[in-house]
Write a protein that binds this ligand. Structure first.
Ligand SMILES: Nc1nc2c(ncn2[C@@H]2O[C@H](COP(=O)(O)OP(=O)(O)OP(=O)(O)O)[C@@H](O)[C@H]2O)c(=O)[nH]1
Ligand SMILES: [Mg+2]
Length: 427
């Protein structure tokens, strides 16, 4: 089966904690802070490669986790960084955020890379917090969490040529005679339920990829039949071959068929009709074919038509030449996607705090941001203490304390310090 949509859970490694340590050496009497930074967590990186053509292997490993990282060490030693995970995906893979559906990356070029889930930064060791006011800080930062997200990988078939048309008109048969692909061929509708891809070449050796797409029907653009799922693939083809059952084998009128399918393409994406399209007039061996063809040409005088009897492989050489010529004229760049690509940016997780009642008049305050603030404050200085209080208030901590029933004079514990809840403090 051609896997073209897959959901993955990504968990990037957490950063290591910073170290709080002091220099203790016999002949260094006032040894300063000596703790190193924690290492950075591993990233999860996606890389496009032409050596892969499906997302199949990713099916077996739905959760990808990169390494969490070492803590900082004494002697200012930096913790080792976590190993990155590199995920190889075929050209044309689109990575979307599963929750927002935003496009994170569109990997279309060989070697193109993007960090999709970023590992957490390492916490800073106490060496980094040394200031003239506080030459011996006895604290270090915790490592930051790595990013977690769910993504959807979508592979749009990167085919030069897409075969479109009603079911059972002979698209798969055509693919089977011009490439080595072995798609299922049968006289019932929707034999092809996912696209098949093959490589065709003209007699003078110009090769290109051809995708046989599942049959379209009226209202396909609204999801009828195999609907949207497959119209998606058509968007990426540089040239379309509209296969028509000129023999009218199933009693439909090929002149109408052509119009119905074109409308569906247009309703799905108006740009599709601007794409070069030629007609493969198939089943020319059937009785009504010649007459239908005459009518078809009269109705659509500007459309380029190639007569085919794919079942015996007739008419395909000329078609392949023409396709190779058309493809030569269309630069690959012109097929870049029109939509805006939103490049994903890592943002620090939202900083929050929690307030918990420990006992009568006793509260515990926790949270990454407050701890960071605490570490930045030197309580020996009145103005720093003041600034600390104001910052807590701005973060909404006073309000939260009050909400939970704290009163003026209560004791607040934050890490290893205690302070008094002072309602009188003004900004
Ligand atoms: N008489 C005749 N029959 C053909 C020709 N080409 C294909 N067929 C027959 O048409 C039927 C449908 O062919 P497929 O190639 O499976 O059609 P398809 O367009 O891929 O159909 P879906 O996958 O259902 O969309 C099969 O029974 C083929 O043998 C042809 O040139 N002449
Ligand atoms: Mg088919």
């Amino acid at each position: 089966m051609f896997v073209d949509r897959i959901k993955l859970e990504l968990v990037a490694g957490d950063g290591g904690n910073g170290m709080s340590a002091f220099r203790r050496e016999p002949y260094v009497p006032l040894g300063g802070p000596y703790g190193g930074d924690g290492g950075k967590g591993g990233d999860i990186i996606f890389t496009a490669t032409s050596s892969k053509s499906t997302l199949l292997d990713l099916r077996y490993n739905r959760i990808l986790k990169s390494e969490r990282r070492d803590n900082g060490q004494t002697k200012k030693m930096h913790g080792r960084d976590g190993k990155d995970i590199e995920v190889f995906v075929p050209l044309g893979t689109m990575v979307k955020d599963a929750n927002t559906n935003l496009v994170i990356a569109d990997l279309t070029e060989e070697g193109q890379q993007i960090v999709v889930a970023k590992g957490g930064k390492g916490g800073r060791g106490n060496t980094r917090f040394k200031t003239p006011k506080n030459p011996a800080p006895n604290f270090a930062e915790q490592g930051f969490p790595g990013e977690k997200l769910e993504v959807i990988l979508e592979l749009k078939v990167l085919a030069d040529v897409g075969l479109v048309g009603f079911p059972s008109v002979g698209k798969s048969t055509l693919l089977s005679v011009i490439t080595r692909a072995k798609p299922e061929i049968a006289d019932y509708h929707f034999t092809t339920i996912s696209p098949n891809l093959g490589i065709a070449s003209s007699k003078d050796g110009r090769s290109f990829t051809v995708a046989d797409l599942p049959g379209l029907i009226e209202e396909a653009h609204t999801g009828k039949g195999l609907g949207h799922v497959f119209l998606r693939h058509i968007e990426r083809c540089r040239v379309l071959v509209h296969v028509v059952d000129m023999g009218s084998e199933e009693g439909r009128d090929p002149v109408e068929d052509f119009d119905v399918i074109n409308k569906e393409l247009e309703l799905y994406n108006a740009n599709l009709l601007e794409r070069p399209m030629i007609v493969g007039a198939n089943k020319m061996d059937l009785d009504d074919a010649q007459e239908n063809l005459k009518r078809f040409k009269e109705t659509y005088p500007d459309v380029e038509v190639f007569e085919l009897m794919t079942v015996v492989g007739e008419g395909t050489d000329k078609l392949l030449y023409r396709l190779a010529d058309l493809l030569d004229e269309i630069p690959k760049e012109s097929m870049k996607r029109e939509e805006d690509i939103v490049v994903f940016k890592f943002e620090e997780p939202e900083e929050k705090f929690t307030v918990q009642k420990l006992g009568e008049g006793l509260w515990q305050l926790e949270g990454e941001a407050v701890v960071r603030l605490l570490h930045r404050t030197n309580f020996e200085f009145e103005d720093e203490v003041m600034r600390f209080g104001i910052a807590l208030k701005r973060m909404g901590i006073d309000e939260k304390l009050r909400e939970q029933g704290a009163e003026h004079g209560d004791t607040i514990i934050l890490e290893d310090i205690q302070f008094i809840f002072d309602e009188g403090m003004v900004e």
